[in-house]
Design a protein around this ligand. Structure first.
Ligand code: SF4
Length: 506
């Protein structure tokens, strides 16, 4: 087993930095389908560049490297205890190298273990098989899309769709509803793994397992294959689009499995996966631990670049924002404006918001851009460097944001997926805007950071600390302005009407 650690670190690194060909293929076709010059097309271009950058630099595709979940098959006499320990050590090593963000947090104290090890992390499922080799599959599923997972207990009533009964039609409604409710918050276009049946826990587990299927396979069950095609067609008529900006492509995959259920229970569980669909696998020699074969990859097909051009083409109509921002400048912005941010900005996510609700800010936030972001940061010779820095889901801060904008004089909130009514009111009242960055584009945004000027509240752990960043030409779209307009509210309403129409089809 002399190569086992090296093989596992390689698997984790490749999974975090290099999307598999089936996902690349669907993203390439999303790029082709989307109407040029729309916000969704712009976002897809950035995503394509980000995918290429991540592969070239061997950096995380998204700063949220998710919950490492391993599926392992071993031959009968193989020592699983040793392998479990090797997997754990490889996860810690990949974290040290900045290929995984430290993501394992004590649920009571909030303390980050710093190495992705802790009770329940990583997740490792073992089974035995008759094969001679060891098969290991890995998925890195981030928190933004994990929060959009949803479970239905049929019969139930669904917003826009009415009653969902215990039949095929009820299941179809649930899956469409699951795609709709995610909007852009799970970084659409996404894929869904679905389980019909099981109990509460096994059903969710089986739904997630479906995400290990290649996006281009065909379900061996003809009825389920028909359903998958139908959902793909109908969900892509909803109009959610990339990042929930409105557009033609909302779903890149639908994989459905079934489990037997108790007569009294009828669960439909949906695991929502973002476009940053990081999933790979290897076959290892059971003696040496060396990689014999990569799964999901075709050795005859080299990785092709996805982006036709780097980043997105500047039109000259972008609005340049120099921080700190003035109220006048902010009030001149409107939904749809593309902005380029220059100057110092500060990160702040869940822990920072909870802190600011009760304490003074460690820095003067007047006129600032507050970035909802938990970066991958490494310190080398005393200097911090940001290795991945895309936005996190803003909606989690909805209960606090309005109050924090008011109290600290923040002029712009930068995040993804949009925010709700309370924040929209606060933007209008206090003269502030919401800027939507492209979710998952962590390499793209890391390149807009010219320096790390400091860090506050580091005791919250790397992702939750307040990072003082200096940025140049950081691109985002105004999706909520200071005049009461919200692109997110508009898209939710129009897609809700589409859902109603599509759902009514039998
Ligand atoms: S792409 Fe979006 S949902 Fe996916 S892991 Fe990154 S931030 Fe989370």
């Amino acid at each position: 087993m002399q190569f086992i650690r090296e093989s596992l670190v390689k698997l984790i690194t490749e999974t975090s930095t290099n999307l598999p060909p089936d996902v690349r293929q669907t993203m390439a076709s999303a790029l082709e389908q989307e109407t040029p010059r729309t916000q969704s097309a712009l976002a897809l271009n950035v995503i394509a560049s980000n995918i290429d950058m991540a592969q070239e630099a061997e950096g995380p595709i998204c700063q949220d490297t998710g919950m490492p979940t391993f599926l392992v098959k071993t031959p009968v006499p193989f020592n699983q205890i040793v392998l479990r320990n090797e997997i754990r050590q490889a996860v810690a090593e990949a974290t040290r190298r900045g290929k995984l963000r430290p993501n394992s947090v004590d649920s009571i104290t909030g303390k980050n273990s710093g190495d992705n090890l802790g009770p329940g992390t990583p997740i490792i499922h073992f089974e035995q098989w008759e094969g001679e080799d060891v098969e290991i599959r890995l998925i890195l599923k981030g928190g933004g899309c994990e929060n959009k997972n949803i479970q239905y207990s049929l019969p139930c009533h669904l917003y826009h769709l009415g009653r969902a009964d215990r039949n095929r039609e009820g299941v179809r409604k649930c899956i469409l509803h699951a795609v709709w409710q995610a909007q852009g918050q799970g970084c659409s276009p996404g894929a869904v793994g679905v389980c019909i049946g099981g109990d509460r826990t096994s059903s969710y587990d089986h739904a997630k397992l479906q995400l290990f299927r290649p996006l281009d396979d065909t379900n061996p069950e003809p009825e389920l294959a028909r359903m998958e095609n139908e959902i793909m067609e109908q969900a892509n008529q909803l109009g959610v689009g990339t990042m929930g900006f409105g557009g033609k492509v909302s779903l890149i995959g639908c994989k459905i499995g079934t489990m037997n259920r108790l007569p009294a229970c009828f669960f439909v569980s949906v695991a929502y996966e973002c476009w940053a669909f990081r999933r790979l696998g290897v076959l290892l020699d059971a003696g040496s631990g060396a990689i014999k074969q990569w799964l999901y990859r075709d050795p005859d097909r080299p990785v092709e670049k996805l982006a036709k051009q780097a980043g997105f083409p500047l039109t000259g109509r972008e609005v340049v924002l120099e921080t700190p921002l003035t109220e006048e400048k902010v009030r001149s912005l409107k939904v749809g404006d593309v902005v380029l941010v220059n100057g110092p900005i500060y990160t702040g996510r869940d822990e920072v918001h909870a802190y600011l609700m009760k304490n003074p800010s460690p820095v003067d936030l007047r006129g600032c851009v507050l970035y909802h972001c938990g970066p991958v940061a490494l310190q080398q010779q005393g200097v911090w460097k940001i290795h991945a820095a895309g936005p996190t889901t803003s909606m989690r801060e909805e209960p606090y944001q309005g109050e924090i904008i008011r109290r600290f004089g923040i002029r712009a909130v930068l995040g993804k997926g949009g925010m709700g009514k309370k924040t929209l009111e606060a933007l209008q009242k206090n003269g502030a805007v919401y800027l939507n960055a492209i979710g998952g584009a962590a390499q793209y945004y890391a390149r807009a950071i010219t320096s790390v000027d400091g860090v506050s509240l580091k005791e919250f752990g790397i992702p939750e600390a307040m990072w003082h960043l200096r940025v140049k030409d950081l691109m985002a779209i105004v999706t909520m302005d200071a005049h009461g307009n919200s692109l997110h509210a508009d898209v939710e309403e129009t897609t809700g009407a589409s859902l109603e129409m599509i759902g009514a089809r039998e």
